[in-house]
Ligand binder design. Sequence first.
Ligand code: 5GP
Ligand code: ZN
Length: 153
Amino acid sequence: MDCVFCKIIANEIPSVKVYEDDHILAFLDINPIEKGHVLLIPKKHWESLAAVPVADSADVAVLEELTYMSHVVSKAVTRTFANGANLLQATGKCAGQTVFHLHFHVIPRYDDGSTPPSFESGHGAYSSNEERDAYAEKLRKEISKVLSEEAII
Ligand code: 5GP
Ligand code: ZN
C-alpha cells in the first residue's frame, strides 16, 4: 500500500519517534505548525477517524488508546516546553486531510503573543536537526514519566 505513515510504521522511511507500542506510534511532524508538533497514529491503516470500523472491540480499544495518548502527549508538552496545546484531526480533503491514514495532531502552543494560533505547516520549523532532536528527547522522557505516574497502560 502506498501510504507514507504505513511506511513510517514499517521503518521504510525515517521518522523521529517519541512513543511506540503494539498499537500506536507517536512521532514528530516533518513540517511542524509549532515546535514539538506530534502526530499520533494507529498501526492499523484506517483512512480517517470516520472510517474506523467499530464492530471489533479491539479496534475500539485502539481508538481509546489514541485518545488517552493525546492526553499523555498534551500533558507532556505542557509540563516541559509549551504553555498549551491543540488537538487536531482532519477527516477528508475538505477538512485539510493530506495523509489518508488516521492521525491526531498534538500542536504545542506558546505564550509568545501570536494570537490567534497559526495552523500553517512549517510555522514552527526547527533551526537544526539538533534542536528537533532535543524536543523529541524531552517528549520521550516526559511521556514515559506520565505513563508511569498514571499506570493505565
Ligand atoms: P493532515 O493535513 O493530513 O491532517 O496532516 C498530515 C501531516 O503529516 C502534515 O502535518 C505533514 O507535515 C505530515 N507529514 C507528511 N508526510 C510526512 C512524513 O513523511 N513524515 C512526517 N514525520 N510527517 C509527515
Ligand atoms: Zn497507512
